[in-house]
Design a binder for this molecule. Structure first.
Ligand code: 13P
Length: 249
């Protein structure tokens, strides 16, 4: 069996002003005192990436972004390229989050293009997939997620570092989660697909995301084929995020 290094990533979404930076610093300081076996990343809003990356330099906590534009530079008002994010200190980037897919109409082709842009810029992509509640209720969850994966993951990923995050849309910010069996089944299906397509597919981390909190992290993070978590709300405060990181070990 290939062992996969776990990753706990925090997605702050559009939350946090300057006074939020201390939460990231607190996480890094705590982990420095007792280094975890898992990788840890924090993905703040774009505007805070540079400042947090400077504060977390020489710590084990990696800094990431939540989205990027597909081009390196050009006339794209309001957008940020992977090259800019890398220059600001980001090393990972979330791509294809369900909030981007639904609120910004990003389809699998857009996601795939952004994955290529991330690789070009030297960023490790965290590619998100997940079914809606109507898909799950209709028994189509596996089919929908497989289709998303097939079309969101370009073959250029072969041999490269990348992460897949399974985030059922209906579990995000709702307090609801799939059963551990449902999570295990989905992660197994994702693993099979990665192994089939990519020479390094067996070693790529598959994260679970959607209402992960200190109280359920232990169970979820020790479910078969779960190699970490993508955490939203519970990553905003060090007091919530740290126990999730510790639960992964
Ligand atoms: P919550 O942990 O707040 O449910 O958000 C999950 C998520 O969307 C992380 O990307």
């Amino acid at each position: 069996m290939v062992s996969v290094r776990k990753l706990i990533a925090g997605n702050w979404k559009m939350n946090g002003l300057s006074n939020q930076i201390v939460e990231a610093v607190t996480v890094a300081e705590d982990l420095a005192r007792n280094p975890p076996k898992v990788r840890v990343a924090i993905c703040p809003p774009t505007i805070l990436v540079h400042r947090i990356a400077e504060r977390l330099a020489r710590t084990i906590v990696e800094v990431g972004a939540q989205d990027l534009h597909g081009e390196a530079a050009g006339a794209f008002t309001g957008d940020t390229s992977g090259e800019m994010l890398h220059d600001a200190g980001a090393r990972v980037v979330i791509i294809g989050h369900s909030e981007r897919r639904s609120l910004h109409y990003e389809d699998d082709a857009v996601v795939s293009g952004k994955v290529n842009a991330a690789l070009r810029a030297g960023l490790e992509p965290i590619i998100c997939v997940g079914e809606r509640l109507d898909h799950r209720e209709a028994g189509q969850a596996l089919e929908v997620v497989s289709h998303q994966l097939m079309h969101s993951l370009p073959m250029s990923l072969d041999g490269r570092a990348f992460v897949v995050a399974y985030e059922p849309v209906w579990a995000i910010g709702t307090g609801l989660t799939p059963t551990l069996e449902e999570i295990a089944n989905m992660h197994r299906a994702i693993r099979d697909l990665l192994v089939e397509r990519f020479s390094n597919g067996a070693a790529r981390p598959i994260l679970y995301g959607g209402s992960v909190k200190p109280s359920n992290a232990q169970d979820i993070l020790h479910t078969q084929d779960v190699d970490g978590a993508l955490v939203g709300g519970a990553s905003l405060l060090a007091k919530d995020f740290l126990p999730i990181i510790r639960a992964a070990e």
